[in-house]
Design a binder for this molecule. Structure first.
Ligand SMILES: Nc1ncnc2c1ncn2[C@@H]1O[C@H](COP(=O)(O)OP(=O)(O)OP(=O)(O)O)[C@@H](O)[C@H]1O
Length: 325
């Protein structure tokens, strides 16, 4: 293997990861995937084991197969075989219609040999009645966009999900960037899949996949994953339990400079905003008496421009006038 291939592919086989041999054959023959990618080789054994997993890896590293293969591995082994009338076993949440179709098409290929496992999709912009009819017949692995899923969870009584075992957030960062935080919280509540809800813990496995990590993704991981394994992290590590502490580099003389920090579970609503902070961004705030604001601001700016004379300084100014602050 070339160096580039070594950076992408693992030096093991799909079979060695514990996947069913006919599924591995399907991956090789129908999809032309000879060996797993690195992310697949790391994630598949954990996902097969039933652990909650957070996969943080760049786009195009093969995350889709990393979660679909273990699910199919387990589902095709059910004895007696699963039937359409058993309803939905796995739910894959995706941010966009395009990704919905993409995952559905991969599913169709992977399930070629396992005709009794039925793939399906529901997504915004499609005909609701037709979707209802498909849900009534039964879809074993359902790919969905958040808004439309929530709609059916609330309004389609024939949508059977009592056997739901897997809940997957694919491209979680984009789901949240697109403003689906509120829908995700409602979905977790309706499916009883919040970490705090112990009723379904025995059989539910939640998986979260994301190309980037930010406050909101950590927050979603915190509320939906229980004792997760994190896969694909090298230099950056996720500290789901840990506060995000921003650096304390700047202290203006005589002023009270504090860092801003957030604890994910204190801010579940922060899933609903529409921002993500670049990792290199340093935020600070300064508490000063009202009358000294201008003087302090000028002294901070003077200090910044003098210290960083050769660098570009970008100024975003927000004044907070609040009697409760
Ligand atoms: N083991 C493999 N061998 C060869 N190609 C693979 C393998 N696994 C996945 N691929 C291919 O790599 C490409 C990227 O895979 P995939 O879409 O699953 O990545 P991803 O990490 O999920 O990306 P995204 O973040 O965009 O969802 C796809 O074209 C897929 O067919």
């Amino acid at each position: 293997m070339t160096k580039e291939a070594n950076d992408i592919f693992a030096s093991c086989s799909f079979d060695s990861l514990g996947l069913d041999s006919s599924l591995c054959q399907q991956l090789r023959e129908r999809m032309s995937f000879q060996v797993p990618t690195l992310v697949q080789s790391q994630a598949i054994p954990f996902i097969l084991s039933g652990r909650h997993v957070l996969v943080n890896a760049a786009t195009g590293t093969g995350k889709t197969i990393a979660y679909l293969a273990p699910i199919i591995h387990h589902l095709q082994r059910y004895n007696p075989r699963i039937e359409r009338s058993d309803g939905t076993f796995a739910l894959v949440l995706v941010p966009t219609r395009e990704l919905c179709m993409q995952v559905y098409e991969i599913l169709q290929k992977l399930l070629h040999r396992f005709h009794w496992i039925v793939p399906g999709y529901i997504m915004g912009g499609e005909n609701r009645s037709k979707e209802k009819a498909r849900l009534r017949k039964g879809i074993s692995i359902l790919v969905a966009t958040p808004g439309r899923l929530l709609d059916h969870l609330k309004n389609t009584s024939s949508f059977l999900r009592t056997n739901l075992r897997w809940l997957i957030f694919d491209e979680a960062d984009r789901i949240l960037e697109l403003g689906f935080g509120k829908e995700i919280e409602e979905i977790l509540d309706l499916l009883g899949s919040r970490q705090s809800m112990s009723a379904c813990k025995e059989k539910r496995q939640n998986l979260l996949l994301s190309a980037t990590l930010n406050e909101k993704v950590n927050c979603l991981a915190h509320i939906s994953l229980e004792n997760p394994v994190t896969v694909g992290l090298e230099e950056k590590k996720v500290f789901i339990e840990q506060q995000t502490t921003l650096s304390k580099q700047f202290r203006s003389p005589g002023s009270d400079v504090d860092d801003e920090s957030e604890q994910p579970d204190r801010h579940l609503n922060s899933l609903n905003g529409d921002y993500s902070l670049p990792t290199q961004l340093v935020q600070r705030y300064v508490k000063v008496p009202c009358g000294s604001r201008l003087v302090v601001l000028i002294s901070i700016l003077k200090d910044l421009f003098e210290r960083e004379a050769s660098q570009k300084v970008r100024l975003n100014l927000q004044l907070l006038d609040c009697q409760f602050c």
